[in-house]
Write a protein of this length. Structure first.
Length: 216
């Protein structure tokens, strides 16, 4: 973790890093299979097949800071012919030595689509060879991912009593709003807006909102 990633006031990892790291882990997952990583670029760079990230969530359990080594343990939770869900358990390894800590866990669901034209796709089956690769990432026996017990920096964090909540989305108040212009810099190999942008945009809007409340 370098200066760029340690962007919080406490000099710790900014939360949008997890989306970028998760995307990279997903795309590098086939790199150890000779020739397959190149084949992924051919399959998904052909303007025929695409993968759409339907949901992404991260629960943060602790902090990581400059010079910590970040390690992700990545596994397939479920897979079908049209979508899959993967999980990543994030740890910080203090540099140059120290006790590993769990800092977060991310979950991502991705669906297969056929690209019909600009801004037009439909649900489709994964390309056959890619589906075989996904199935190969499944556990080879009945297995539940129970990550090893690790210290978590926020394990004793007391969030206090909830002051307000709303069960219905219609009741959620809009406290800040911003329109973002996009460009090719926000895209990827498939040509759509990369899912990691949403975390970055959320962070920018959140930071502006809190800064307006308390610039000091």
């Amino acid at each position: 973790l370098t200066f760029r990633g340690s962007a919080n006031p406490l000099r710790t990892a900014y939360f949008s890093n997890f989306a970028e790291w998760m995307g990279k882990a997903r795309e590098l997952s086939g790199i150890e299979q000779t020739g397959f990583h190149k084949r992924l670029f051919e399959l998904f760079g052909s303007d025929v097949h695409g993968g759409v990230t339907n949901s992404f969530e991260t629960t943060v359990f602790g902090r990581a800071g400059q010079s910590d080594v970040i390690e992700g343990h990545f596994w397939m939770e479920e897979c079908s012919e049209t979508e899959y869900t993967v999980v990543c358990d994030w740890r910080r390894l203090p540099f140059p030595s120290g006790t590993p800590e769990r800092i977060a866990r991310s979950k991502m669901r991705t669906s297969s689509v056929e690209i019909l034209g600009p801004n037009e796709v439909k649900t489709a089956h994964w390309p056959e060879e890619f589906y075989r690769f996904l199935v190969g990432m499944n556990p080879s026996r009945e297995w539940e991912a129970l990550p090893e017990s690790l210290p978590e920096g926020f394990s004793d964090l007391d969030l206090g009593e909830a002051l307000w909540s709303a069960a219905d989305e219609a009741e959620w108040p809009t406290v800040a709003r911003r329109v973002f212009s996009t460009s090719l810099q926000d895209s990827n190999l498939v040509g759509n807006l990369y899912f990691g942008n949403y975390s970055s945009w959320q962070g920018r809007l959140r930071d502006e909102f809190f800064y307006a409340l308390g610039p000091e």
